[in-house]
Write a protein that binds this ligand. Structure first.
Ligand code: GDP
Length: 451
């Protein structure tokens, strides 16, 4: 996400590096380049204007002229202005004083509402809430069924108008306002503390759509109305957001499909144009591809300064605590690190979601994007296949894996012998590293030997 914007901004800053003092002309030139980069990223003109005027004003001030490293100071200013234009503080969900908290989802068809409903409900469930989903999208054939599937995956119950309607072709009939009301009544009865109401979208903004969403909003008086917007739609994002803001009104924004080739325009314009905060981001088709939106972290990612906090959170979410504990204990006891442990770590890493996405959160990752893009998650599958082709004895005592064993393992896993050799070599290094860490005390079992 934001790839080209990141590249443009970081190369602009490269020109500033090492300059002892910045003249007004330097600052003008920098501002011009940033402006162009933002416009090319489809950021709305008023947002760009606002951004540039803040950056320039600050860059011409004492903050920079008195800084030891003026170039670095300009980067800091751009970082903090990015954070501001992305909304400043992280905005959390407002929960109702008397449950259930009602969250209504609105947006165009295909924006990612139904997918988001599943992800958000899982996120809330993981936090200890007891959410329920309500299928009030009666427009799109199969929308109800899709929500039921997402609910099932998330382990969250779904209130649907016609339980059992599962025909691909036929849209369930019924009144979405009534379904929403009934859903909330049911959730109250069953003591769910949060209800998420999925509503219908159209392929374009139209009066009927706005009216329906508006009617539902009036009938159920939600605590939050989240406007889901596809971050890939570029310039159109602003007009759509404005239309929904005026037609239905919303309290927060969810950016979806941030994993794609989003140029960043929607993210960087929507707060400025609507005055509403971005609260969540959807970054893929899987249930776990979901983030609470933190303006400061996103700013840091855009400037390729990494987002280590999100990386850690993602790791914590997916890491199997028992396994981690076992691994730590082995470490303390200075037991040998075996190929089984290695396999285990690989599997944990895989659970964390796409490796590439994680690696891209490292500071400076944009500079290595090409290499990272060549990295393909299937490498892990090959490592798994190789280790699985070994006998338990071989996994515990890799030293015995001689030439003929290597050939057998390669045949068994369908790879070339050189790959088996490469893996064993990396494993040897990882094992050494683990030993060193264990004897040095401290440290945590990291991700040794990553390909
Ligand atoms: P709705 O019409 O607003 O309910 O949209 P859906 O939830 O049905 O999503 C439309 C399509 O976008 C589906 O194919 C989803 O799998 C896909 N989708 C939704 N969110 C994301 C996302 O964050 N990333 C990607 N790559 N695809 C997404």
């Amino acid at each position: 996400m934001f790839n080209s914007l990141t590249d443009r901004l970081t190369s602009t800053f490269r020109n500033l590096k090492g300059k002892g003092r910045l003249s007004e002309a330097d600052i003008d030139a920098t501002a011009r380049e940033i402006r162009r980069a933002l416009l090319d990223a489809d950021v709305a003109v008023p947002a760009v204007r606002d951004f540039i005027s803040h950056v320039k004003e600050r860059a011409l001030g004492a903050e920079v002229s008195e800084a030891l490293n003026p170039g670095q100071q300009v980067v800091k200013i751009v970082n903090s202005e990015l954070e501001r234009i992305l909304g400043g503080e992280t905005r959390r969900l407002t929960l109702a004083k008397t449950p259930p908290t009602v969250i209504m989802l609105v947006g165009l068809q295909g924006a990612g509402k139904t997918t988001l409903a599943g992800k958000l409900s899982k996120h809330l469930k993981d936090q200890g809430h007891t959410p329920m989903l309500v299928a009030a999208d009666l427009q799109r054939p199969n929308a109800v069924r899709q929500l039921e599937i997402n609910g099932e995956r998330a382990g969250v119950p779904v209130f649907a108008p016609h339980p059992g309607v599962s025909s691909e072709a036929e849209a369930p009939t019924g009144d979405p306002v009534q379904v929403s009301r009934d859903g909330i009544a049911e959730a109250t009865r069953k003591q769910h503390d949060i209800v998420i109401v999925d509503t219908a979208g159209r392929t374009g903004v139209d009066a009927e759509l706005m009216q329906q969403a508006s009617d539902i909003r009036a009938a159920i008086n939600p605590d939050e109305v989240l406007f889901v917007i596809d971050a890939m739609i570029g310039q159109d994002a602003v007009a759509t957001a404005q239309a929904f803001n005026e037609g239905v009104g919303f309290t927060g924004v969810v950016l979806s499909k941030l994993d794609g080739d989003a140029r960043g325009g929607a993210a960087l314009s929507v707060v400025n144009v609507t005055g509403k905060p971005i609260m969540f981001a959807s970054t893929g088709e899987q249930l776990n591809d979901f983030e609470v939106f933190h303006p400061d972290r996103m700013a840091s990612r855009i400037l390729d300064m990494g987002d280590v906090l999100s990386l850690i959170e993602q790791a914590e979410k997916s890491w199997d605590k028992d396994e981690a504990q076992k691994m730590a204990q082995k470490f303390v006891d200075q037991e040998d690190f075996t190929l089984d442990d290695f396999l285990n770590q690989m599997q944990q890493l895989k659970k964390m979601g796409s490796m590439k996405k994680m690696l891209m959160m490292m500071p400076g990752a944009a500079g290595m994007r090409q290499q990272l893009e060549q990295f393909d998650d299937s490498q892990i599958d090959r490592i798994e296949a190789i280790i699985r082709s070994m006998t338990p004895h071989e996994r515990n005592a890799p030293k015995i894996i001689n030439g003929s064993r290597r050939a057998r393992i390669a045949r068994g896993s369908g790879v070339h012998v050189s790959e088996v050799n490469g893996l064993l070599e990396r494993f040897g290094q990882a094992q050494k590293m683990m030993k060193k860490m264990a004897s040095g005390g401290g440290g945590m079992p990291g991700m040794p030997g990553m390909p």
